[in-house]
Ligand binder design. Sequence first.
Ligand SMILES: [Zn+2]
Length: 317
Amino acid sequence: MAMNRIQFQPGLSMPEFFQQYGAEAQCEAALEEARWPDGFRCPRCDGSAHCVLRGGGRKLFQCNACRHQSSLIAGTVFQGTKLRLTVWFLALYLISQAKTGLSALALKRHLGVSYPTAWLIQHKLMQAMAEREQRYVLEGPVQVDDAYLGGERSGGKVGRGSENKIPFVAAVSLSDDGHPLRTKLTPVPGFSLKAIEQWAKTSLAPGSIVFSDGLACFAAVTQAGCTHQPTVVAGRKPRDLPQFQWINTVLGNLKTSLNGSYHAFNFRKYAARYLAAFTYRFNRRFDLSTLHERLLVAAVRCAPHPQRSIRIAEVHC
Ligand SMILES: [Zn+2]
């Protein structure tokens, strides 16, 4: 990983952000552009001819063909919000620029909203990131490892499989010259052959070459059309071998991120969302200056999630 290239790239400065998104009308325009880059399309009949009305201070688009009225936020993750768009945009900006993530408490202070509101904003945007990440599978050479949330990182012998820990598969795909491309961190019910087969079928492209340690369950990746190359050494964790350099780096970064910004969260309920928020940012690490724009696109393409569904525990793959 070219760390300097990542750390020293220009982001979007706060004055630049407020210049571009400080007013409600600017946010409306950006939202419209993200939602309909080729111009308005009626969500009901797909027609493009329309007129613009103002309803309750918000822009309403009325389709000339079927008369359906839609707002900018209807059908997106922002649906139903009473907050100004400037607040949401500031949240998008802060979350996308925070190197190791941002706690709901920090978000509450920055946005000047209540803690429950900040929590909901954070989780809705993390859900948008998670849904975006689900679209990608890893391919080519892929390093994998078994890891746990809520305890010592993988390799700790004590408490392996303990009920308080959430098992997840950590995977990172590599370029031909051995540099990390994308990562995926996926909660699994456990490290069984069946769970890994299921994981591989949804997370890996057939033909991928999977490098793991000797943990038996990883052999199941062959059921998904992948090649398995286990490295068995004395002692179970070949952490110092170059084959596992990048997966260890990713897990180290994850630990820093979780310790530094989230403190405590309900691992069992929200593991997939927190892990996806980490991978979302990691997988776009070379392009921080446009991350807020990409997150906006992810948010408008993410279906509405009422508070009730956001608070429901996720289903593991
Ligand atoms: Zn229509």
